[in-house]
Design a protein. Structure first.
Length: 316
């Protein structure tokens, strides 16, 4: 299956599941105001399970931190540029928060892992590298600084909650606790063949497997009619930052650090992923503009059908 086919498949899955949520909302089976329930199930139920399972089974190794750090720097620069552009455009705080999240956060652990597994023929060593890169370079920063950004920009205009208070609030979240426990478990040396451990991971993996459906439903419930003309500038900004600037930065950093060719390729592919649907979920969960975020996510998925094959042709 080609990269185009894989991207198209993932895009259609997202559209179909989100469309199903819209149909159920139209029939009254799911109420629009219940979108926050799905967002909470993602951030407090499915995601913590996925994070714990992934991190706890992948022991932390210092040797793999450099590519992850490169990815993190690329994302941080893109988010900073998004903030500067958003301030220049005089966006409202909720819209600005959504723009920052969607511009920086990619579909690393969903579409990214699938495409890399396809491109590299499910090579075990490659998948170990990309999981470490994704978890420590994308996922971990997202569920630390990303959530703090969402909390900060999602607060009400008259809310005096500081960034520091948002930082403290994050440390009480299930996502942070799952991250810490996952790192601790990865160094405890538990017998993975023990009955209790098998049961624990079987349970958590079932919960984590609900992530795609919950995220798609949350996105579907967020979508609402928006004046397309007003979104064109935001779509242009996000596409330019996420699909062009971020992979370019990843390539520059990889070359500057003289990373091996395989790490260079993985970095660029991961950085070129369309915006992650989880960015839209985090946006609505913490008070940013979920409708704008979800629309921008769908736009980057659509345009990635053109951008991703070009990026892969360039780096492979």
């Amino acid at each position: 299956m080609s990269v185009f086919d894989k991207t198209l498949e993932q895009f259609l899955v997202l559209i179909c599941l989100s469309g199903l949520a819209i149909i159920l909302r139209g029939r009254g089976s799911i109420l629009k105001q219940e979108q926050d329930v799905f967002a909470r199930l993602v951030t407090e139920f499915a995601l913590p399970s996925l994070i714990f399972c992934t991190i706890s089974l992948e022991p932390f190794t210092v040797s793999r931190l450099l590519p992850a750090l490169s990815m993190f720097v690329s994302i941080a620069v893109v988010m900073l540029v998004a903030w500067l552009i958003g301030r220049a455009m005089r966006l409202s705080r909720p819209v600005l928060g959504s723009l920052i999240l969607v511009a920086g956060v990619g579909s690393s652990s969903t579409l990214g892992y699938s495409i890399i597994r396809n491109v590299f023929n499910n090579n075990h060593e490659v998948m170990n590298q990309v999981v470490t890169m994704g978890e420590f370079g994308v996922v971990l920063p997202l569920f630390t600084f990303g959530i703090m950004i969402a909390i900060y920009f999602g607060r009400k205009e008259d809310d005096e909650v500081s960034f520091g208070a948002s930082f403290v609030r994050f440390f009480r979240s299930p996502i942070f606790l799952a991250t810490v426990l996952g790192i601790v478990f990865s160094h405890m040396g538990f017998d993975q063949n023990a009955w209790l451990m098998k049961f624990l991971y079987s349970l958590l993996k079932v919960i984590a497997s609900s992530l795609d459906v919950l995220v798609a439903f949350a996105v579907g419930l967020m979508l609402r009619p928006i004046d397309f003309k007003k979104l064109v500038p935001l779509i242009a900004v996000v596409v330019g930052l996420k699909l062009v600037l971020e992979p370019t930065l990843a390539l520059i950093i990889a070359d500057a650090l003289s990373l091996p060719k395989i790490n260079r390729e993985l970095l660029v592919i991961e950085a070129a992923m369309p915006s992650g649907t989880i960015a839209a979920v985090l946006a609505v969960r913490y008070g940013c503009d979920g409708a704008v975020a979800s629309t921008l996510v769908v736009a980057t998925y659509l345009l990635s059908l053109i951008a991703l094959p070009l990026v892969l042709t360039f780096v492979m």
